[in-house]
Design a protein around this ligand. Sequence first.
Ligand SMILES: [Zn+2]
Length: 255
Amino acid sequence: MNWSAALLNAGECIEREWIGVSRPHPARLLDGDSRRTRPPFVPDALGVAYCPRCGGSTGPGEYIEATGCGACRNRRHPWDRLLRLGRHHGDLREWVHEIKFQAWDAMGMELGKRLGRCLRDAGVQADAVVPVPASAWRRWRRGIDHSRIIAAGAASVLGLPLARAMKRQGRKPQRAVSPSQRRENIRGAFSVKRMNFLRDCNVVLVDDVTTTRATLTEACRTLQRQAGVGSITCAVLTVAEPGRDGPAQPAADLF
Ligand SMILES: [Zn+2]
C-alpha cells in the first residue's frame, strides 16, 4: 500500500472510531424516539409495496399477481422470491451506505434482524442463510464484511446456520460500471468453496443492495451449478430503482 492510501485508511479508522462513539443505538433509530421527532422505520409490505418475484416497487394502483408484476411476469429468475426492507432511498439508503463504507456493523446486524423478521413473516422455509461475498481485498479495504453481518442478523432471527459457502474474485465494483456492463463484469466472479453442505438445501441468499439483479443472478447460478442447492430466496436491504433512486436506465437492463 502506498503512503497516501495508508493515511486514508488510518483516517477512516479514526473516523469510524469517532463515529462509533457518537452514533445512537441502531434500534433506537429504527424504532423512533420517545419524543416522536423521528417516525419508526416500517419495512415495505410484500406483495403490496413491491413485487415478491423481482423486488421492484409497484406502480400506482398496480395489482401484483402470483406470476409477478408487469416488469417481470415474462422473465425467468433463478430465485423463487426476492424480499426487501425498502427502496434505496432516504434514511435506509444512508444507513446502508454507513454499514458498507463506514463499517457500521451494529446497524448491519440490526437491519439484518429486521430482514430476518420479514422473511419469517413471509413464511420462508430454508435450511441455511448464505451471504453474497465481497472479495478479500474489498473486505480488508472497507474493514467490514457487510453482507456476512447482515446475513448473520437474518440467520439469528430465523434460527438458521450462516453458510459462507461462496468466495468472490476481485473485479471492478458493480457501481463503477454501467448497468448494461454489470452482467459481464460479475460473470464467473463467484465460486463455491470446496467444503460445503448445501446440496438440495433451500437457502436464503443475502445482499445489501440490488439494482440490476446481475450480482444476485450470478450468485444464484453459482449456488445452483456448483453447490446443487434447491430453492433460493433472495433477501436484500434495499432495491435501487433507476429513474427513481438514481439515473434512469432502460427497463431491459434491470435484470
Ligand atoms: Zn416483478
